[in-house]
Design a protein around this ligand. Structure first.
Ligand SMILES: Nc1ncnc2c1ncn2[C@@H]1O[C@H](COP(=O)(O)OP(=O)(O)OP(=O)(O)O)[C@@H](O)[C@H]1O
Length: 301
C-alpha cells in the first residue's frame, strides 16, 4: 500500500489545517494512502520531518502550511537520491508556490488535487546545498519579509510585507557586481537583483510574468543604479507590471547565475535571510514531481 506523510504547520495562516486535520487525513486515506501526520513545532522542524519521511521511503509527502513550510519540506528532500512525490495544501499567509501551480486555497479543493493523481515535474533553485522554491533576491530590499513580526503577519496578512517594503526603499544602496550567467558577463552597479523560479512573488503575478516552474530556467531581473525618486517611480511601474521595459531594468532567462559583489550584499531565499553573497544559483530542472490540478497546465516555453 502507498504511504503518505502529512507535514503540517499548526500555526500557519489562520490555523485552518489544525482545525481540518481529520478531514485531510480521511481524504488521503480515501485516495489509497496509509497516512500519518507530523505537526511542526518551530523552525527547521518541517525540514527534519521531510528528510526522515524521504529516508523512510514514503511515497508521498504533503506539506500543509505556507511557503515557509513548503520551503523546508523541499530543503529536507532535495538532496535525496530517491525523492517522494510532493503534495501541497496552501494554508499560510503567503502561498506563492501554490498560486504558481494553481493549487486552490480551499482545503477541500486542495485535497481533490491530492486525490486526483495528476502529476507534473517541477524545477527548484539551488545554492550550494540550499534550495529555494520561489525567489532568491539580493540587496537591502531583501530584508523585507523576515523582519515582519509573525503576529502582524497573521493579523493583516500580506499587506504586512508591502508596508515593510515601502519603509525599506530609501535604504537600498547601489553595489558593484560581477555576474556570470549561462556563459555571459554583466558588470555594473545595481540596486537589487531577483532570481525567480515562479511567476508569483509576494502574491503578485506581474513581477516575473514569464517565469515557468518547468522550463529549467530562472527569470533573472537586475535593477541598475537609480536615484531614490526614480526607484519610487519604478516601484509604481512594477505594480502595473510595466517594469520590465524600464531602461534600468535588465531581464533575461538563465539556468545558472553566479554573482560576486563588492561589499556585503545580503541574500534572501524565499523570504528568509539567506546569508551574504557571493552565490551561484542553479536551476534544478524537473527535480521533483508534484500533484497538481488537472485543469491547469503549467506555463511552458
Ligand atoms: N508549531 C509552530 N509554532 C510556531 N512556529 C512554527 C511552528 N511550526 C512551524 N513554525 C514556523 O513557521 C514557519 C513556516 O510558516 P508557514 O510558511 O507555514 O506559514 P505562515 O507563517 O502562515 O506563512 P508564510 O511563511 O507563508 O508567511 C516555519 O519555518 C517555522 O519557523
Amino acid at each position: 500500500m502507498k504511504r503518505a506523510r502529512l507535514i503540517y504547520n499548526p500555526t500557519s495562516g489562520r490555523e485552518q489545517i489544525r482545525k481540518n486535520l481529520a478531514y485531510v487525513l480521511d481524504r488521503l486515506e480515501g485516495a489509497g494512502y496509509e497516512t500519518s501526520a507530523h505537526a511542526t513545532t518551530g523552525e527547521g522542524c518541517a525540514k527534519r520531518a521531510a528528510r526522515k519521511a524521504g529516508e523512510n521511503g514514503y511515497d508521498l509527502v504533503v506539506a500543509a502550511g505556507g511557503d515557509g513550510t513548503m520551503f523546508e519540506v523541499v530543503n529536507g528532500l532535495a538532496d535525496l537520491e530517491e525523492r517522494p512525490l510532493l503534495g501541497l495544501i496552501p494554508a499560510g499567509t503567503t502561498n506563492d508556490f501554490a498560486r504558481a501551480l494553481g493549487i486552490p486555497r480551499d482545503i477541500e479543493k486542495a485535497c481533490d488535487v491530492l486525490a486526483g493523481e495528476h502529476i507534473e515535474p517541477i524545477d527548484v533553485g539551488r545554492i550550494d546545498d540550499r534550495y529555494f522554491i520561489n525567489i532568491a533576491a539580493g540587496g537591502t530590499l531583501t530584508e523585507l519579509t523576515y523582519e515582519v513580526p509573525s503576529k502582524l503577519k497573521t493579523a493583516i496578512g500580506q499587506l504586512a510585507y508591502y508596508i515593510k517594503g515601502i519603509e525599506k526603499l530609501p535604504q537600498i544602496a547601489p553595489t558593484n557586481v560581477r555576474i556570470e550567467y549561462d556563459g555571459k558577463l554583466y558588470e555594473g552597479e545595481i540596486m537589487i537583483f531577483l532570481v525567480s523560479n515562479t511567476n508569483s512573488v509576494g502574491g503578485f503575478e506581474k513581477l516575473a510574468p514569464d517565469a515557468s516552474l518547468q522550463d529549467g530556467m530562472f527569470d533573472f531581473i537586475i535593477v541598475e543604479k537609480l536615484s531614490f525618486p526614480d526607484l519610487l517611480r519604478l516601484a509604481t511601474l512594477t505594480l502595473r507590471g510595466e517594469h520590465l521595459h524600464h531602461p534600468k531594468v535588465k531581464y533575461v532567462q538563465a539556468n545558472r547565475i553566479k554573482i560576486q559583489v563588492e561589499g556585503k550584499m545580503q541574500l534572501n531565499l524565499d523570504g528568509e535571510y539567506g546569508g551574504i553573497l557571493p552565490a551561484e544559483f542553479v536551476n534544478m530542472y524537473h527535480h521533483f514531481h508534484m500533484l497538481t490540478p488537472k485543469e491547469r497546465k503549467l506555463k511552458k516555453k
